[in-house]
Unconditional design. Structure first.
Lengths: 78, 800
């Protein structure tokens, strides 16, 4: 086996492993594993409605944030 | 279909017979509350909640809530509501009534549906919720109303900064460990190829590729995961102490630099695997320590939890709410039944009974009238009084107690851990030896590279892995054994402290005794109807009444309906059936009604009189816990001196001490006395374990080296305590001493093991006989040895 192939294989597998690691770190950081009960139960409550309401909640948050920002701009003293 | 048939309520799923249920179309409800919630959920489109509960029984919603408008008061916002960087409000709530994951789902969804609510996140495990909302659109009171409307209740709490900081630290460790473990595992695979190549021959270009792969993997381990050690080393240097972090940081960095040099020059062996292994192992050891640390601030939180921000003050004939800090000496404060007294003062109007257990530990209510002093921190049981404040809040007994607690928590002695002491010497020795080795090899005429490698092998082989794991693994095993027996140690380090303790202070009521008086003797003067007496005693919640009721233990008990009855606080009960008067209570009650009693006893007495004639006398005693005597003996055998500290009277204290064979007894003590006693013991260089259960013990508990609390004790005591005995038994106390001693022995064994290992290998390394490969292998071996030894204890514990 040439050393080039070994290098490629090493690189590819480390890259794939790295993606998994980053995904795990992201989950950890965003608090998805903070509450293990809820984490496990989330599987049960994972239908389209729940997905829909999660999206709506996200939208609502952004909207409110925009409004708040807009207001702040207005109040800004010259 | 008969009406007696049982049906389940469509909301709470509790079953009742059909005739008492509210029929609503096809649905049945047990109460209006359930009906209301059911319709609300249907209207809101949240009725899939019932699919999710799958018949879990809920508690029906209750209606006894204080006005939710309180939640909008500025004082409340001041205390609990924080504004985040986007200008949104944020509050932490404890949700009451959560039974299942569907409840969590429902609360989250209901809140998220509200206008202006941005985030609602509920933790299933502790029922704590974080709610974020825009205060311009919706008010907190509306949010709380929503939670109540769907059948739950919410209380705010102050998420102590400490708590979240501890969580943050933990999360930080998780992240660093995830990276370290991932990288180390992969480095190991590459290292397998390296070692195989080392023995069977490998081409240099292949070796370089493997080295580079290891280099890539070891870098984040050293600089991200190992950052903690660099930070620790920095602080160590700043405070001029050599700690383990310095050893780990220098060892790993030197090896790393050396390995890079090897990789680039394509000569010799690189040791990136050692770098990542050292960091990973020691990081895990450190994490285990962090995991078992408790935060001190929680206790103060609980203390402040039920202190409101405002009191009702009478000003110019009107009752107005005034902030605590604004109340002045001389203000008249209105205290109603069930409220906590927040100011020391004198009663100027009204009378009633107070629960002073927070100060004395005894649950007997104390009755007061005009002219008597009330003390802050006590609880009004049935008193509606006006109190003229004699001190402002800052100087009140309650504030004083809180301050004392704060002080004693921060003053808590920390016995320096053996492993910490040891690792300091160890680190200095290794670093010196390594430097000496390097210089000696140079001086003996070897080239720089060879000398450097030998010096590094000294550090690598002295790898602190085993040493770093010795204590955490041993204590973790100890904690595990203890937890399975219902003994919760809040911090691992306490095992060592407890093993060194030589004095045991015991509270009496609730610790040595059951805290529930029992009838030990009955003297009957005349036959009487036991049903009447049982019904009479059932009217009162006083422990003595309960004791008599339990003693009667009637199989065919049917409650007698009294035409009228009256409670005489601290005396007893008066009740009538027709013209017939029944009296049940102590001698004072009988005297009050002009009945003469000539019955003498050391014990608590309960008289029962029918139409002013005493028909029976019961003698009650707070019995010792059944395992008290044998436990005290076992503790004495361990060379620990037991001492009783009680707020109770001399006679009772001495009697208990005699029965248990305890020579030192101190009685009629206030909480401050108890704490002062602990301090005295400290001055005499004793290591003190204090066992208690009540609020009156918390000062002493927090000041003792180890505070042990009974699981049935008050919340605040459990927060302050270091060890909680869940089953309240004194045999658990003995066991906790045993477990502490065993774990301590284990720590010593482990440390000895790792030191012996080092004593053998370090001279070899200095002489240049150990190549880093062998060092790396033996490093894992020594760690395994230590872990193995610790696990052994799990199987041999029974004998210990």
């Amino acid at each position: 086996m040439s050393s080039g192939i070994v290098a490629m294989m090493l690189g590819a597998s480390l890259f794939l492993g790295g993606i998994a690691l980053v995904a795990f770190l992201w989950g950890l950081r965003s608090g998805q594993f903070d509450d293990e009960e809820k984490f496990l139960n989330a599987v049960k409550f994972d239908n389209e409605d729940d997905l829909q309401s999660a999206v709506e909640a996200q939208k609502k948050k952004e909207e409110l944030l925009m409004k708040k920002r807009a207001k702040k701009e207005q109040y800004k003293p010259e | 279909m008969s009406d007696k048939e049982k049906v389940a309520c469509d909301h709470c799923h509790l079953e009742f017979s059909k005739d008492v249920m509210i029929k609503d179309g096809e649905h049945y409800f047990c109460c209006n509350g359930c009906q209301g919630v059911y319709h609300l959920l249907s209207d809101e489109g949240l009725d899939s909640f019932y699919e999710k509960t799958k018949g879990v029984k809920l508690s029906p919603p209750t209606k006894q809530y204080e006005d939710s408008k309180n939640f909008d008061s500025p004082a409340f916002y001041d205390k609990f509501v924080k504004t985040d960087e986007n200008g949104f409000s944020r509050v932490a709530l404890v949700i009451e009534g959560i039974h299942c994951s569907a409840c969590v789902w429902l609360n989250e969804k209901a809140l998220q549906k509200m206008d202006g609510v941005i985030e609602a996140n509920i933790n299933y495990t502790n029922n704590k919720a974080i709610v974020v909302w825009d205060d311009d659109i919706v008010k907190l009171s509306q949010i709380v109303d929503m939670i109540r409307a769907i059948g739950y209740n919410a209380f705010p709490y102050d998420p102590s900064i400490q708590e979240s900081r501890a969580n943050k630290e933990r999360k930080d460790y998780y992240l660093r460990m995830a990276v370290a473990i991932f990288a180390t595992m992969n480095v190991m695979w590459v290292a397998v190829a390296q070692y195989a190549g080392y023995f069977t021959g490998i081409k240099q270009d292949m070796k370089t590729i493997l080295n580079i792969a290891e280099w890539v993997l070891a870098t984040p381990v050293l600089f991200y995961s190992g950052w903690i050690f660099f930070r620790g080393a920095y602080y160590g240097i700043k405070t001029k102490t050599v700690n383990m972090d310095i050893l780990v940081a220098t060892g790993a960095t030197l090896t790393y630099i050396y390995s890079i040099y090897i990789t680039l020059t394509e000569s010799g062996e690189a040791y990136f695997d050692s770098v990542s292994m050292i960091i990973t192992f020691v990081l895990i050891g450190k994490f285990l320590e962090v995991l078992s640390k408790k935060s001190v601030a929680d206790a103060l939180d609980i203390m402040g939890k039920d202190i409101p921000n405002e009191v009702q003050v009478l000003r110019e004939g009107k009752i107005v709410p005034v902030k605590l800090a604004d109340v002045q000496v001389g203000d008249v404060i209105v205290v109603t039944s069930g409220q906590k007294v927040l100011f020391d003062g004198e009663i100027i109007k009204g009378e009633g009974c107070f629960d002073e257990s927070s100060l004395t530990g005894e649950s007997e209510p104390i009755c007061k009238q005009e002219g008597d002093n009330v003390i802050s921190g006590t609880l009004s049981i049935d008193a509606d009084v006006q109190v003229r404040a004699t001190k402002d809040f800052e100087h009140s007994t309650l504030a004083h107690l809180t301050n004392l607690l704060e002080e004693s928590l921060s003053k808590k002695p920390r016995i320096q851990q053996m492993a910490n002491k040891l690792s300091e010497y160890f680190s200095i020795t290794i670093l010196t030896l390594s430097a000496v080795t390097f210089l000696a090899w140079l001086w003996l005429g070897h080239d720089f590279e060879r000398s450097f490698m030998v010096a590094i092998s000294v550090i690598v082989i002295a790898c602190p892995c085993a040493l770093a794991l010795a204590t955490p693994v041993a204590t973790l095993v100890g904690l595990g054994i203890a937890a399975r027996r219902g003994i919760l140690f809040k911090e691992a380090a306490q095992l060592e402290t407890m093993a060194k303790a030589d004095t045991l202070l015991l509270d009496k009521t609730g610790t040595l005794t059951l805290g529930k008086p029992e009838v030990v003797q009955e003297k009957k003067y005349k036959e009487y109807d036991k049903n009447v007496l049982a019904s009479l005693t059932k009217l009162s919640n006083h422990p003595v009444s309960k004791g008599v009721f339990n003693y009667l233990d009637l199989d065919d008990f049917h409650e007698v309906c009294f035409d009228s009855f009256k409670q005489h606080p601290a005396m007893g009960i008066e009740a009538y059936v027709g013209k017939r008067r029944y009296l049940g209570g102590n001698a004072k009650l009988l005297k009050y009604f002009g009945i003469d009693v000539a019955y003498e006893s050391d014990r608590t007495l309960f008289f029962f009189a029918v139409d002013d004639e005493v028909v029976a006398v019961f003698e009650l005693e707070d019995p010792l816990k059944p395992d008290a005597k044998q436990s005290i003996e076992a503790i004495k055998k361990r060379g620990i001196e037991p001492v009783i500290l009680t707020g109770d009277h001399k006679n009772i204290a001495l009697k208990v001490a005699n029965e248990l064979g305890i020579r030192r007894v101190y009685y009629e003590l206030t909480p401050e006395h108890k704490a002062a006693f602990v301090e005295d013991m400290h001055k005499q260089n004793h290591i003190v374990v204090m066992v208690g259960d009540g609020i009156n013990d918390i000062l002493a508990l927090s000041q003792a080296d180890i505070g042990i609390v009974m699981g049935s004790g008050s919340d605040i005591a459990i927060e302050v305590g270091d060890v909680v005995l869940l089953d309240d038994r004194l045999t658990s106390l003995v066991e906790s001493f045993q477990i502490a001693a065993t774990s301590y022995r284990l720590i010593k064994e482990n440390l000895a093991l790792s030191l012996v290992y080092n004593a053998i290998t370090i001279p070899l390394a200095m002489a240049g006989y150990v190549i880093p490969l062998v060092a790396a292998i033996s490093m894992s071996l020594s760690s395994l040895l230590v872990v193995g030894n610790s696990i052994r204890i799990k199987f041999t514990w029974r004998r210990g």
